[in-house]
Write a protein that binds this ligand. Sequence first.
Ligand code: HEC
Ligand code: HEC
Length: 372
Amino acid sequence: MGQKRLFGLKNHSFFTFSTRFYPLITAFSIKKESHFNTTVTYVQLRCQFIKRTFRETRSPMSFKKISVNIIAALFICFVLIQFIRPTISHPSGTGDIQAPVQVKAILQRACYDCHSNQTDLRWYDQIQPVYWQVAAHVKAGRKGLNFSDWKSMAKPDQQAKLWEAVNQIAEGAMPIKSYAMVHPSAKVSAADLQVLKAYLLTMVNNKPADTSKTNALEKQYLQQQNPHPATPLPTALNGITYIPDYKNWQPISTTDRFDNGTMRVIFGNDVAVKAIKDGHINPWPNGTIFAKVAWDKLSDKDGNTKTGAFKQVEYMIKDDQKYASTKGWGFARFKTPKMVPYGKTVMFATECINCHRPMKDNDFVFTEPLKF
Ligand code: HEC
Ligand code: HEC
């Protein structure tokens, strides 16, 4: 045919050149990326226009034709990706949370899709590429908090998780915004939040003058009279060493946790104090250190409260480079007057950053410095 053309050009005064662009899918890959414990899977398609020059007389391909080609190619991809599906399993779990009907109803409609084994997806959740996102959320959500495995958690852990849940809702971080937008029934109203808070309070024993707390204070006092011989300073698994100097820092805020009967003071080092003075606290400068100290809250029958035994001190150390994997903050927690480093593996800091995540627009810091 080429031959014929070449030699059959008598009718034409000269060759006609036409250039066409063909959309061609030249690369197709599935990529996974991890942000904290969420894995996002997405498909990358590279579409290139292949330029071809024809030596002939036909008219160049019209814009309309090119558009049709692109749409057809996208449609084929859309159909193909429907078949690449991560599985969402529904194991039975160790035992569902037992809570009043009202409480459970809120959790079920707002949280269970991602935080239980009873994931119930709507049809529009099942279409790719949305489904990838949903499956990643379910996986990461179940890992952090699974109401279907509630029974295997110790009581204090259940209480801590519930407090974290209430906190995440109050900060507007849960349920995930993109999900709540397409699942209007998942929205948690202010009244719902009150129901959850009230339930959480029933789990707490905030009795005045708790004798065990008074005893703990007494014991601690006696220990301080007979201190242990000096030992090297304890170090957390991520290499952060206990910093005794926090006692000389400036208090920058104080909080009271309603659910677990503790009182806290947050201290800041010189860098933190200077940053507050200069108004440079979002982001906080490198070198900032916070120490949050918690004591038992002791209340007497007249309703007066004071600090009881020392519970723990927690640090957040700002260093963009060193702690890049936990958003620029190094976390450490030391418990009891013996300063036992918290955490079974170096991954303990993931738990810290996850709970601080609702404050991501505030450099992951909850504390609003006190105004004097
Ligand atoms: C669309 C899925 C989805 C829904 C719905 C959802 N979450 Fe989450 N949740 C996640 C994911 C994913 C994470 C992991 C952290 C992240 O990526 O933000 C998470 C993390 C959490 C955590 C931190 C767990 C940890 O790692 O310690 C808590 C607490 C939490 N969610 C509570 C809730 C509550 C309470 C609700 C209902 C009001 C809810 N979530 C609804 C997906 C969801
Ligand atoms: C259950 C949620 C949760 C977890 C888990 C958590 N934090 Fe926090 N953290 C908070 C809240 C809420 C505050 C605000 C002060 C308060 O309420 O006492 C805070 C405040 C702090 C502060 C004072 C600076 C600030 O952000 O206000 C430090 C330091 C701190 N946390 C360290 C840690 C460390 C270290 C860990 C992990 C070992 C950790 N946190 C885990 C919720 C959490």
